[in-house]
Every structure is written in C-alpha cells, then in structure tokens.
Design a protein around this ligand. Structure first.
Ligand SMILES: Cc1cc2nc3c(=O)[nH]c(=O)nc-3n(C[C@H](O)[C@H](O)[C@H](O)COP(=O)(O)OP(=O)(O)OC[C@H]3O[C@@H](n4cnc5c(N)ncnc54)[C@H](O)[C@@H]3O)c2cc1C
Length: 419
C-alpha cells in the first residue's frame, strides 16, 4: 500500500515542518488562532540557526519602517511581499517582541538587536509563543515526504509514522550553514509537488582571500572603508562600509552585500579589490596629514608611529604591507618615495580575490520557491490550496542587516494566520 493511502497515525489542523525562526513563529500564530498544531524538527534542539544569527546577538530585524523602502533592500521583484507586510511589518515585529519583554535596540544602519544581545532570548520568546498556544513540538523527527491527494496536501511522512494534516507549512530553511539542519529538504519536497524551485546559490557569502596582510588582521573590523572592485583590471564598482577581516579572507556587511556581484565578475575572470582606508580624504590631504605626523615624530622609529598614520588596529600589518621599510627606520630617514608608497597603499590596499566562500559560510542562500508561485497574501502555494511556504524557502535576494529574519517573522505570521 502506498503511504498516500496509509492510515494516518495522528491528525492535526496544521503541521509545521521545521522548528526554526519562521516555523516557530507560524506555529505560534496558528496555535493562537485555536488551531491544533504540530511542529516537527529534525534536530535535537530548536532554532539552531537562529542561535548563530548576528554572531550570537541576533540582528532580529531592520528598523526600516516603510515597507516600500524595506523591500527595496531585497532587490527587484519583491512587490508581491507587500500584501504579507501589510499584515505583519517591521513595526509589528518590534511591538511583538517588546510586548513579550524583549526590548530591542537599534544600531548603525537600522540593525535591531535584543537589548540583552543574546539570540537565545529571541528563541525563548518564539518557542513560548508556540507552546503557550498549545502547539506540540516534536524534535528529532525528520519529515521525509509531504503527502498529496487530488490536488491537496493531506499530511507528512516521517521515518516512524504518517501524520495527517489539514494544512502543511514548509519552514525547512535554505541551504546556508547546513550543519544547523537546513539541508534543502523543503526544496526537494516542493519540487516533488511540482513547484519550480530556483537553484540556490550562496548569497551574502564572505570572500576568500590569501593576502597575508588580510589574514594577519583576522578578527579586526574596520568601519568607513571604501572597496573598489576590479574585473580583469577594469573598475567594476565601488561601495563604502564596514569590513571584517577573517582567517579566510573578508567579511562584514560591505563585503557580504557585494558578494553576489563579485560572484558574477569571478565567472568572467580575475577579480581584485582596492580598499581605501581613508575614503573621505584625498591623496594630497592624506599626504599632508602624514607629513604632519612625521614632523612631530622625526626621531621615532616608524613602527612607533604606524598607529598614528594607519586606521586604528592596522599598525600590526605595516611590515606586511611595506616589507622594504625596516621597522626600526627613523621617521626622518623615510624617503619621499617611501612616504608616497605609504599614502598610495593606504588609499588602495591590495586584495586579490580567490573566490567566494561556500554554502557552509553563507549567511543566507537565495534560491527557493519563486514569489510568483506563492499567493503572498496567505504565503500559500499557488498549486495546493493548503500548502504554505515561509522564511528562507522563499526565493529572495537578502541583504545582511536583519532583513532575512524579518521575512521569517512576516511570512511565518501570515502563513500561521491563513493555515
Ligand atoms: C551564520 C548566520 C548568521 C545569520 N545572521 C542573521 C542576522 O543576524 N539577521 C538576519 O536577519 N538573518 C540572519 N541569518 C539568516 C537567518 O538565520 C535565516 O534567514 C532564518 O533563520 C530563516 O529562518 P527559517 O525558519 O526559514 O529557517 P531555519 O531557521 O534555517 O529553520 C529551518 C529548520 O527546519 C529544520 N528542518 C529542515 N529539514 C527538515 C525536515 N526534513 N524535517 C524536520 N525539520 C527540518 C531545520 O533543522 C531547521 O531547524 C543568519 C544566518 C546564518 C547562517
């Protein structure tokens, strides 16, 4: 007998596949409406990816209250999300979490974090939202298939049982950091059901770089840098922002948000980056500033003034950037050519891009169900009237800055309201 016809061991109004950000939110909302809800999570614990967000601090949303402006950050083709945001937008997200005792603080570029700076507190709020409405949460339970009959979904299959459902919400996440459980199962389920799932490519990924000076700065982040990207020696684009140096290369908001464009350029050839450490000071003014520092420290060794001429935190890489200038050389002996070299280098720190890091380092992956296959007023599949899709399952180009989790809250709320 085929499992589609097997007798169901249990039956729920709503089965949510995935106990991550959007799944728990959807479960909470559906349970709040009085639905009998079951959440199935394959890991031992809930929200593993959520606990990694924002380096453990959880950039929970972005304080861009105007939906049009918010969606503009997600690129073209996101207009369909308006109807979902009309039901649960950024302001409602703030209100939801603050009402539940989690106050939020807004940092640079609108990025909002829990005041406690702890992603675990966000997980606690959404888990209790689901539980207080009576949702049953079952961990260590992997869904292997969504069952369908006569154009409707009728339940899910796990390794141990078949569970009937009036509605199924697929909240299995994308493909980034697969060790957290999001291994793309939902994409397979939806493909099997006839949806055209876009192939995911890692999005918002760090850049792999082997330049020694970059690696030596591992753990340092420098704000207000300008990154000019060259493809085969020709300028492609430039952006300003914060760069994080890591042991494998470059990360941080500026780099993550440029990853997609850099990936496209890499397919065409060699990509190099020049980082301007003083983007608001032109070469002439920077040289004057350095001359002033040198004049005041003529008898000091260059290693003792490096911190005064380079952005804070960078002095340690002086010998890697300027191997021909001995560290114990007295400032008064620095030649004009050496001074020019220092100025030119600080205006264009050289980086050679090896490639983009893989899915294991991506913040989000794009790919997933195209928005035109979802009725976004309900986050419902256009192919099945009782199948819903949330969070990273949706094909949107996300930017770093809390946008991705806001989509999880909005889509989870809307699916939980409709299912
Ligand atoms: C390192 C890192 C940092 C990030 N930081 C931020 C940030 O600060 N701000 C931000 O907005 N976004 C951030 N993101 C993105 C954000 O985490 C995701 O957008 C969000 O978690 C998506 O929620 P989701 O519910 O779609 O999926 P997930 O949170 O990935 O949850 C999916 C769940 O489904 C489960 N599952 C999968 N398959 C099955 C199956 N077959 N059966 C049962 N369960 C299954 C998984 O185990 C997982 O628990 C970050 C991502 C990463 C990787």
């Amino acid at each position: 007998m085929d499992t589609q016809d097997k007798k169901h061991d249990e039956h729920f109004d709503v089965v949510v596949i995935g106990g991550g950000a959007s799944g728990l939110f959807a479960a909470g909302r559906a349970a709040e409406r009085g639905k009998k809800v079951l959440v199935l999570e394959k890991n031992r614990t809930l929200g593993e990816k959520l606990l990694l967000t924002g380096g453990g601090r959880c950039n929970i949303t972005n304080a861009t209250y105007d939906t049009r402006e918010f969606l503009a950050h997600l690129g073209k083709g996101t207009e369909p999300l308006f109807s979902a945001f009309a039901q649960f937008d950024v302001a409602k997200t703030f209100a939801f979490f603050e009402r539940r005792g989690l106050s939020l603080v807004v940092e640079a570029r609108g990025r909002a974090f829990p005041a406690s700076q702890n992603a675990g507190d966000v997980l606690k709020v959404i888990e209790s939202y689901a539980r207080e409405g009576g949702a049953i949460i079952r961990v260590k339970t992997k869904v292997t298939r969504i069952l369908e009959k006569k154009g409707r979904v009728v339940g899910v299959e796990t390794a141990k049982s078949v569970i009937g459902a009036d509605a199924v919400i697929v909240a299995t996440g994308g493909l980034s950091h697969p060790e957290t459980g999001s291994t793309g199962d939902g994409f397979t389920f939806l493909r099997d059901l006839g949806h055209s799932v876009e192939d995911p490519a890692a999005d918002l990924v760090p850049i792999e770089v082997h330049d020694a000076w970059v690696k030596a700065l591992s753990g340092t982040s420098l704000s207000f840098m300008k990154m000019t990207v060259y493809a085969n020696g020709k300028k492609a684009f430039a952006k300003k922002g914060k760069v994080l140096f890591t042991h494998f290369g470059l990360s941080g908001p500026l780099v993550l948000n440029a990853a997609r464009a850099i990936g496209t350029l890499l397919a065409q050839g060699r990509v190099t980056i020049a980082i301007d450490a003083y983007p608001d000071t032109d070469i002439g003014a920077l040289e004057k500033d350095i001359i002033r520092v040198f004049d005041q420290a003529k008898n000091k060794m260059i290693k003792n003034v490096a911190d005064d001429i380079m952005p804070h935190g960078m002095a340690e890489v002086f010998p890697l950037l300027f191997p021909h200038i001995p560290l114990d050389k007295k400032v008064h002996s620095i030649t004009k050519e050496e001074r020019r070299l220092i100025v030119d280098t600080l205006k264009a720190l050289p980086v050679s891009v090896v490639g983009l890091m893989g899915m294991d380092r991506a913040i989000v992956s794009d790919g997933g169900v195209p928005l035109d296959e979802i009725d976004t007023k309900y986050m419902r599949s256009r192919l099945y009237p009782n199948l819903y899709v949330t969070g990273d399952m949706i094909h949107v180009n996300r930017q770093s800055g809390g946008y991705s989790l806001q989509i999880a809250w909005t889509s989870g709320y809307v699916a939980g309201s409709a299912a």
